[in-house]
Design a protein around this ligand. Structure first.
Ligand SMILES: NC(=O)c1ccc[n+]([C@@H]2O[C@H](COP(=O)([O-])OP(=O)(O)OC[C@H]3O[C@@H](n4cnc5c(N)ncnc54)[C@H](O)[C@@H]3O)[C@@H](O)[C@H]2O)c1
Length: 433
């Protein structure tokens, strides 16, 4: 990458990570070519529109597309820097699937030239960046690849994970610190020069394997700590305690900071990435594996509690509040709230309504159940039993006066002022008088 000229950048995979990254790099003045296998995604972006929900992304994409700085296509063009941000799911045995990364890598390898930089941003099991490099070396024997030659390599290959919060992606993409792991220190320096173009946070260079593990460790840390809170909530239900009160008091200890329980852990990061560690070191990761199990169990605990409550109130109309996997986003992937609501809809049919301000319609699994999507005001007017599954701001802001007289099961602890009665009858449930 020459220092006097901004690089041409190709971003492969234009989803929740790739599109905001492409737009921010374009805003820094680089010409960016976005690449996706989905014609719908490519057409939408070329119209200056977006196919995902993210705060302020629409205006940014519209601006950089109209200035000719961001274009999208199905094919990978020549560029100076290639950023890969494609999915890394796991299979039914929780083994990581890096086939999307390798497919993206194959399309990049075809157009690589001397001096280019390839950066993997997808969350990946340890060793994936080296596997990507090996594949490039095999496809392009004409290029000297880093770590495989004693001479100065022709290309650089690095790993730089993303740690953004959905809903704050644009802000965090710019301001968060980044770990940049090179296959060699030279690769890390080359990638660092690229990130310095648009990242204001501190960029710390390391090797690719450490950077890969760092990303996995961050999410495993969250998962283990949430599992502790979720286990406490299950224990508290059994003992007839209010877990929110217990946590609130315990957190007065200067060195204790227990996280909040919820209906389980969802999304495509915290519920997925710990498995990448477990898969690579199964004997050595009992705590991380158990935490995954605890968080999955919490979903079934919430279903059982909600089921009990719906049956105990046979005349009540029920509103499940939220489907997203976390607050204030439109992402329903691997969402415990969605699983709880869909299970209740299958069991209780049209007695169940769902409030999800971020959804235009209910997901497919609700078809034929009789459940309806309603707004929060309708739920407050018509439903007697409210099951809080997501802590969206719009739910959090409902005042006590509007919830008075309702039976409430608050799995997120957003309505701490809800009067509690009859806990001995249905332990752990927040019941309104
Ligand atoms: N979403 C997040 O909050 C987040 C945060 C940190 C890390 N990550 C990681 O970033 C990676 C991408 O996640 P995402 O949420 O952006 O996924 P996404 O599903 O929103 O987007 C991925 C895009 O890649 C495209 N794609 C798939 N294969 C392709 C190929 N061979 N060539 C070109 N395009 C291809 C898909 O069509 C899709 O548009 C994953 O590894 C994820 O774990 C995501």
């Amino acid at each position: 990458m020459k220092s006097d000229k901004k690089p041409d950048v190709a971003v492969i995979g234009l989803g929740y990570i790739g599109l905001p990254t492409a737009a921010i790099v374009a805003r820094s003045g680089c010409r960016v070519h976005g690449v996706d296998v989905s014609p719908h995604v490519v057409e939408t972006i070329n119209r200056g529109e977006i196919h995902i929900e993210e705060v302020d992304l629409d205006g940014l994409v519209q601006g950089v597309v109209s200035r000719g700085l961001l274009t999208a296509s199905l094919e990978v063009p020549e560029a100076d820097v290639f950023v890969i941000a494609v999915p890394t799911p796991f299979d039914k045995d929780h083994a990581p699937d890096i086939s999307y990364v390798l497919a993206a890598g194959r399309s990049v390898a075809k157009v690589l030239k001397v001096g280019d930089i390839v950066i993997l941003e997808s969350t990946s099991p340890v060793g994936t960046t080296e596997a990507l490099r090996d594949m490039i070396a095999e496809m392009r024997p004409d290029l000297k690849c880093p770590g495989l030659t004693s001479e100065i390599p022709d290309i650089s290959v690095a790993y730089c994970p993303e740690r953004v919060l959905p809903g704050k992606i644009l802000e965090e993409l710019t301001n968060n610190d980044r770990s940049i792991g090179g296959i060699t220190p030279r690769c890390a320096r080359k990638a660092l020069a690229f990130y310095k173009l648009f990242v204001r946070g501190t960029c710390i260079t390391t090797d690719s394997r450490s950077a890969e593990m760092t990303k996995l460790v961050e999410n495993a840390y969250r998962d283990v700590n949430i599992a502790f809170a979720n286990e406490l909530s299950i224990i508290s239900d059994k003992l007839g305690l209010d877990v929110w009160e217990v946590i609130r008091l315990a957190n007065r200890h200067p060195r204790v900071n227990i996280l909040s329980p919820g209906p389980g852990v969802g999304g495509h990061c915290i519920a997925v990435d710990p498995w990448f560690i477990v898969h690579s070191a199964p004997e050595e990761s009992p705590l991380i594996r158990t935490a995954r199990g605890v968080n999955d169990c919490k979903i079934h605990h919430v279903i059982a509690r909600a089921d009990e409550l719906v049956k105990a109130n046979p005349q009540a109309k029920v509103a499940c509040l939220g489907l997203a996997f976390k607050a204030n986003i439109d992402d329903f992937r691997e969402s415990p709230a969605r699983l709880v609501a869909a299970t209740l809809a299958r069991r209780f049919g049209s007695r169940i309504s769902v409030v999800e301000p971020y959804a235009a319609e209910l997901p497919r699994e609700f078809e034929g159940t009789g459940a309806q999507l309603i707004d929060v005001d309708t739920a407050l007017e018509q439903c007697d039993l409210l099951i809080v599954l997501v802590d969206h701001d719009v739910f959090r802001s409902v005042p006590l006066a509007e919830r008075a007289g309702k039976v409430v099961y608050d799995t997120r602890g957003i309505w701490m002022d809800q009067p509690k009665v009859a806990e001995a009858v249905v332990p752990g449930l927040r019941l309104a008088s």
